[in-house]
Design a protein around this ligand. Sequence first.
Ligand SMILES: [Zn+2]
Length: 335
Amino acid sequence: MTDALSTLLATRDWLMADGATGTNLFNMGLSSGEPPELWNVDQPDNIRALYRGAVESGSDIFLTNTFGGNASRLKLHGAQGRVHELNRIGAALGREIADAAGRTVVVAGSVGPTGEIMAPMGTLTHALAVEMFHEQAEGLKAGGADVLWVETISAPEEYRAAAEAAALAGMPWCGTMSFDTAGRTMMGATSADLAALVEKLPNPPIAFGANCGVGSSDLLRTVLGFFAQGTERPVIAKGNAGIPKYKDGAIHYDGTPELMADYAVLARDSGARIIGGCCGTMPVHLKAMREALETRPKGPRPSLDEISAKLGAFSSASDGTGDEGPARRERRRGR
Ligand SMILES: [Zn+2]
């Protein structure tokens, strides 16, 4: 493999990814009903500032502002005809910032879920899901993204469709799921399910893992779950900065930079090779994470007790890997 991410992984023990997209853009004035992807064209300086914030805080990888850039999500705003354009420009702005960094920085083309339920439970067919992801992938590729970065996926069917789209676009890819429902995804998948799924794909991801979800403790329990399956692939940990709390009419994440620094070190010691944040993770958190990763010595793989003692209690007694049958829950959205 000669892609930029594989090259970096071959020379480093760990890489740092970026933090939140939504939280940072809301802080720049994005309103909650507005699709962030439109800012790639309408407010490009804000998107440059978002990317630069990650690079200047030490990220080796940052995600493009294209999470909701598929036809299904953009259709909610009448922008389904702009998939290629919004993704191409989102990636091209990233290319510009990465190439000015003075070191290798990977531009990861963010691909979020379609927001629809796939057949047979829902109405979205495999063929249509592949077509939507492929359309988005071609835009990201045209803009110069190094890899596709599929994230916040709940359904194994949707993960498979995104993998197929990456193959059609001839792009290397990474893919994470969001385990936000007592250790499972909303559609019932466990860490063990994802570790098994990636091995069955004809074009497995360069790295796979978990993003978003509940708190950083739960996320690391999921990471340990991947390794319990014996995976040898690079694992991604991209946890939220603490737990969302509704306060004064807005969502706040309660994780401090110190907590995220502890989380980053525990993620590395757990075996994760790519470590970043998700919702609520700001440049100040990233700087603390980078410093901790560079200065604190590597320790043994932590136990669940050590994780909860440092980062807080788990949201559920079990991560679902020992339970019988999938627990399907109501769908929620977001990154
Ligand atoms: Zn998130």
